[in-house]
Design a protein around this ligand. Sequence first.
Ligand code: HEM
Length: 429
Amino acid sequence: MARHEQPRRPPGPRGRLLTGNTRAYEADRIGFLRRCHRAYGDVFSFDERTVFVIDPDVTHEVLARTGQSFVTELAPFDMRRDLDQAAAQATAWMSARRAAWPGLNRTAVAASDDRTVEILDAVLADGADPEGDVLTTMRVFSARAIADHCFGTDAADVTGLLHDIIRATRPFTDSSYEFPAWLPIPRHRDFFRSYRRLTDGLTGIVRQRRASNAVEPRRDLLGLLLDADPDLPDDTVTSTLHSILMGGHGVPAAALTSVVWELARRPRLVGDLRDEANGPRAASLTPALPLAEAVVRETLRLHPPAWLMTRTARTTAALGDWSVGPGDDVLLNAYLIHRDPRWWQRPDAFDPARWLDGRSAPGAAYLPFGAGPRVCLGSPLALRQLTLATSRIAQRFTIDSPNAASVVPRFVGRLAPAGLRAGFRPVGA
Ligand code: HEM
């Protein structure tokens, strides 16, 4: 579609004068979106600048056109919404992404297996208190695991910096209201301070590594990244690591919390996972742990942490029968696609068996890791770490949760059963 054509925006609820649909959406995000879906179909307008998509094929088309008709979410605080700058940054990111791949492909990921299990055991060693906040515990695990994968023995300092920036980012991910970046309000100052501290910390490690690398090549992600493209400038290496650390921390923690939520309500499944972990096939992790992997895939279907993906149109761009114009936001809803009875039998049931014995799910309607050129860079690592962690938790622990039956997942930022409390009691204790 040519750039100058008038967009044909889809219909949608008009909402109230001044506040539009924001209040209804904030009151019950999924309930509101389900109502709109029923009333207006798979593509509907939220306001004059924002369109929701709940159609797998249109979603894949939008994701595939990222970098052409669409750009990914603009950087936090980019209030100017400079689409050309976002596109230029995307080009630089794509080459950094390629350089990082040798450190994130299946072979590199398998090399982290022992460390993943060691880190999980260490984090859960003090986790027997049933009042423990599971999301916090899993954040500690995933921060240590990703820092370790990226920096090996240099990881120790990074974990604290990561927690600090996640804490500083929370006011933004927990709220849908944006203030202009130049406003010197405490949350902005706090965020920029944490951001600088993380950047400085990473830059220090990168410089040190470059100085020592000639003598002693390293097989962690930083080592492999520097090997893949020794000419990458320090700031590109730092910002690539920054993106990987951020992507590899909060989202997997949300996913693992959802796994624990499901297991806490299913002692029989925990027993089956334990049998699998103790069985002969587990001695070598290939062929992996099919039941544990099925539990992870099913959890990501029912509770995709990245439940909403955002793209901004650079040009007038088609969305099925409709279209959007430059600057419009398109919100792609993996959660509702994953629970749509047109694509899934018994869509609201937690049924890991749908992933076993070669039974495969409809491809296009499953996108916990996104799709297209900006598909999750860490999906092999995430699947492997989550599968190992699921199996290990079931093998070693009994989960005691006082509130698993009553927790309501939160759809703010990342989807997670926030507030889930549970203790991990060693089996036999
Ligand atoms: C269960 C765990 C994870 C889930 C569900 C997940 C999901 C996603 C999704 C849906 C996207 C695409 C977002 C979009 O298109 O707007 C994404 C991007 C990304 N993820 Fe993950 N992710 C997970 C774990 C990880 C891990 C462990 C890493 C670190 C290695 C990671 C690094 C990234 C990066 C760097 C991007 C940006 C890719 C780009 O824009 O080119 N993710 N992730």
